[in-house]
Ligand binder design. Structure first.
Ligand code: DSN
Length: 423
């Protein structure tokens, strides 16, 4: 446990909010698939005096003095990231996944250039060119989709035809709401055929790749990989860009320039230290066990939902997340399902399903996943128990059922305290 004696005595208002959030995380179940619990070591790094330091530039080439420790911190983070993902180059400075993606676009393309990515309503992400983003005004984003929503199969023929026709500079493979594994080799072959850079946004599955429960795009000819560090990878909130392959050195230089000074100012060195600590944790053999358990738990939850005839987009899951069509199956909207489950102590998010006819703030689906509960030590039996509780709440929707589920969730949470260390 980390205490906050100074905040408590100096700013009781903030102390109450921070401890309130801590209790919420402790007593409820976190099923948002992009969230996790970090170790105390990671949290200590984020609270360290490294936050006081300006370090514009890169190790050995900074614009400020006093870098004898920060240079080493960043170098260690880079080396651990490279080892974890088999990269030849890593930039650990992006402040988040959005920055990592934008820096990669800036490094790999000129304004007006075309990038082919996954359709946003078939699992892609805002930063993959949603019209509300500024980058969508700078680059020309075009899309590929699933061929079959019930199996999740991507339409690789359409992808290839589009790539041959549009000649994109970059083909982007990645997602934030797609429960299946992509065929990395097929995508990288198409990229080679049309002379495009193959870029993977593995923000959601980075931990599963590091732990060996999902394939590594670098093993299938991908040139660039962007990620967040705080989802399945279980590190501090932040981003990263990695490079591999024959053009690694050339692309690496462009990425570094794009991150700084192209996009960001001083790197957040306390976060970089925390990333280094999380990477070390992910290099331990126990992280492999964790990554495999995440997927097993998600599949156990999928079995329960399917046994209750609740439609899962793509017909199940091969990774850490599930997307359930609760409106189509149970007549409850994603928004109402999220609220109801919140009352039962289960946090997840409403989500559009592929080709949803409802609006994003009140869509047909819910998205949930197992990274955080697996960190707490949940196995398949407990995962099934949670799924049964969710289904019961979503079907019955009465106060007694929600109250009983809340008590059961609290008991499960108490039996599986959030670990303080993964050393
Ligand atoms: N907000 C993240 C997610 O929940 O998937 C993606 O950036």
């Amino acid at each position: 446990m980390i205490n906050y004696p100074h905040i408590e005595s100096e700013d009781p208002e903030l102390f109450a909010l921070i401890t309130g959030e801590e209790e919420r995380q402790r007593d409820g179940l976190e099923l948002i698939p992009s969230e996790n619990y970090v170790s105390n070591a990671v949290r200590e790094a984020m609270a360290s005096t490294l936050t006081n330091k300006y370090s514009e530039g890169y190790p050995g080439k900074r614009y400020y003095g006093g870098q004898q420790f920060t240079d080493q911190v960043e170098t260690i983070a880079i080396e651990r990231a490279k080892k974890l993902f088999g990269a030849t180059h890593a930039n650990v400075q992006p402040l988040g996944g959005a920055n990592a993606n934008i820096a990669a676009y800036m490094a790999l393309m000129e304004p007006g250039d075309t990038i082919l990515g996954m359709d946003l309503y078939h699992g892609g992400h805002l930063t993959h060119g949603h019209p509300v983003t500024y980058i969508s005004k700078i680059f020309n984003f075009i899309r590929y989709k699933m061929k079959d929503i019930e199996t999740g199969e991507i339409d690789y023929d359409e992808l290839r035809q589009t790539a041959l026709r549009e000649k994109p500079k970059v083909i982007l493979a990645g997602f934030s709401a797609y429960p299946r594994e992509l065929e990395w080799q097929k995508i990288s072959d198409i990229a080679k055929e049309v002379g495009a850079i193959a870029m993977a946004d593995v923000a959601h599955i980075a931990g599963l790749i590091a732990g060996g429960s999902q394939k590594n795009p670098f093993d299938y000819g991908f040139d660039v990989m962007t990620t967040t560090t705080h989802k399945t990878l279980r590190g501090p909130r932040g981003g990263m860009v990695m490079i591999a392959g024959d053009r690694g050195e050339e692309i690496g230089k462009k990425i570094d320039k794009a991150v700084f000074p192209g996009l960001q100012g001083g790197p957040h060195m306390h976060q970089i230290a925390a990333k280094a600590i999380a990477f070390r944790e992910a290099l331990q053999p126990s992280f492999k066990t964790y990554a495999h358990q995440v997927v097993e738990n998600a599949q156990a939850m999928a079995e329960v939902f399917q046994a209750h005839d609740i439609r899962l987009i793509t017909g199940g899951t091969s990774n850490h997340l599930l997307l359930a069509d609760v409106f189509g199956s149970l007549g409850i909207s994603g928004h109402d399902a999220e609220t109801l489950l919140d009352h039962a102590g289960i946090t997840l998010n409403k989500n559009s399903i592929a080709d949803d006819t409802r609006k994003p703030m009140d869509p047909s689906g819910i998205r949930f996943g197992t990274p955080a509960m697996t960190t707490r030590g949940f196995k398949t039996e407990e995962s099934k128990q949670v799924a049964e509780l969710m289904v019961e709440v979503l079907k019955k929707r009465d106060e007694a059922t929600v109250t009983k589920a809340r008590a059961d969730i609290l008991a499960l949470a108490e039996a599986h305290p959030v670990p303080e260390s993964f050393a």
